[in-house]
Design a protein around this ligand. Structure first.
Ligand code: GTP
Ligand code: MG
Length: 199
């Protein structure tokens, strides 16, 4: 898929304010995993989504319009420890409300850092989405930072873990926002899934 146009639409804190009428794809994962960077890599714009080396950069539900046909949704990270407990709860309520109630959400891409073993917060989140029948794809990020062997080991460990509970495993995509690996796979997936959207 060619990205002809990518524009920021708006930031919201609740679903009522969200733009409607187009299929949307959300990106979620622990703080600093590389959600905003992956979005910029997909649309080939350096700073459409704001990134930072400090965790906790994205704090709202941010909508981007792609080719005037579909939306990308950049979400705040989960498991960010440095904000207050009250703030964390507000965040997770906002994210949950969005993920469980958005009418246009086609798939949530759950991002996982390829450099570390599966974290409890990641597994909790994956199981929670699965249990609520939210369509999901798992995306390993930052694979430019580790060896192929190590990535394969980490993916195998996650698959083993998920197989304890699930018969069918979700699609897993390896990515790097630095090298562009994974871009085509993600965009092909979105192109195919867009065909299922009922206007
Ligand atoms: P929050 O909005 O804070 O939840 O973070 P985020 O998940 O949006 O992460 P962000 O895209 O802001 O990236 C966090 C840091 O990781 C930045 O310093 C990025 O440059 C770096 N980063 C993200 N993706 C990659 C990648 O694929 N490779 C490498 N080497 N660095 C990356
Ligand atoms: Mg971000």
């Amino acid at each position: 898929m060619e990205i002809k146009k990518a524009t920021f639409v708006k930031s919201c804190t609740k679903l009522d304010d969200a733009p409607k009428g187009k299929p949307e794809y959300a990106f979620i994962g622990r703080s600093n995993v590389g959600k905003s960077s992956l979005i910029n890599m997909l649309v080939e714009r350096n700073s459409l989504a704001k990134t930072s080396s400090k965790p906790g950069k994205t704090q709202l539900i941010n909508y981007f319009d792609i080719n005037e046909q579909w939306h990308i949704v950049d979400l705040p990270g989960y498991g960010y420890a440095k904000t207050s407990k009250k703030n964390r709860e507000l965040f997770s309520e906002m994210i949950k409300d969005y993920l469980f109630n958005s009418e246009n959400l086609m798939t949530v891409f759950i991002l996982i850092d390829s450099r570390i073993p599966p974290q409890e917060s990641d597994l909790d989140f994956i199981y929670n989405m699965g249990a609520n029948e939210v369509p999901l794809v798992l995306v390993y990020t930052k694979i430019d930072k580790i060896s192929k062997n190590k990535v394969n080991g980490t993916v195998a460990a996650l698959k083993r873990k998920l197989s304890e509970n699930w018969e069918e495993l979700p699609q897993i995509i390896l990515s790097s926002s630095v090298s562009g690996v994974g871009r085509k796979q993600i965009l092909d997936y979105i192109q195919e899934t867009n065909k299922l959207y009922i206007y």
